[in-house]
Design a protein around this ligand. Sequence first.
Ligand code: 13P
Length: 343
Amino acid sequence: METSLLLGTVQKLFASAKGLLAMDESEGTCNKRLASIGLPGTEENRRAYREVLVTTPGLGESISGAILYDETLYQCTTEGRHFVQILAEAGILIGIKVDQGTQTLAGHPTEKVTEGLDGLRTRLKTYFAMGARFAKWRAVFSIAQGIPSRAAIEANALALARYAALCQESSLVPIVEPEVLMDGGHTRSRCQEVTEEVLHEVFRQLVVQGVMLEGMILKPNMVLAGSSSAEPDRVDQVASSTLHCLLRSVPAAVGGIAFLSGGQSGERASACLDAMHRPETGVATPLPWPVSFSFGRALQQPALEIWGGQAANRGSAQQALLHRARCNRAAVEGRYNLGMESG
Ligand code: 13P
């Protein structure tokens, strides 16, 4: 393990209030996104879409790292330039999703466990040699009557911790992503309770497995009422519940926190992130860790819709991505406002 390399990577990823672009959708998920704009899920369409994202001029001003999916590491632009090279030239560090998706947890038919530990050590060495400097593993937890179970929480936390230890052994910064999903009719306070329980177990396992907390990044959900709940969920309430939850469960040594967006709209995710960086939220500042973003949909969705598979729309799609990236950088500095959306 190269401690100084890990610490340097964390520092670069959070420098200058920048954040991460999550563009690591698996083939299936990317195909679903393409289907939503009427395109067939072919390798060429996935490549063409991702070419639009990675070739966005000026992206590196707000984005410090891009999380890729395995196939994207090998892909090139139509002119034959490797995506990895283009990102490196823009000063954007390469990350790679290394989990292999979820399966039903045995004995718990409504819950998932993330797989991908077999052979991971070898894959990590290959990814590092190809230029990756950080990695991602996502576990998911649903909230419903009686779940998440202790079985699901402990199985996923152990897998996240084993993954993180293997990453650090290969000098890759692990992004540890335990996502409590927003689907359901639960209250924000139930989301907070579950998120805290999950994070406590995740950090317990990370410590047991000897993970260096300074050399890892946590990618949590924000604390929200369920998407079908009638409870009003004000931006300042989300910010305050989320920060209280994290302060209770995330050790101060952790290198940084980069939120997922989880299905929130781009504007809403920016507003919630911004509120976490404003003194009026009422949470003691400064926070012990840098707090930034690692959004997928909340960065990409407008660009995807504008692109629509048409080469002629490439420039406007890139402007839309750049705009969301700038809004989120502003949010990390606590200077985002809705006026930025009308410009
Ligand atoms: P969303 O921001 O769309 O939730 O995606 C982030 C991510 O990387 C999920 O694993």
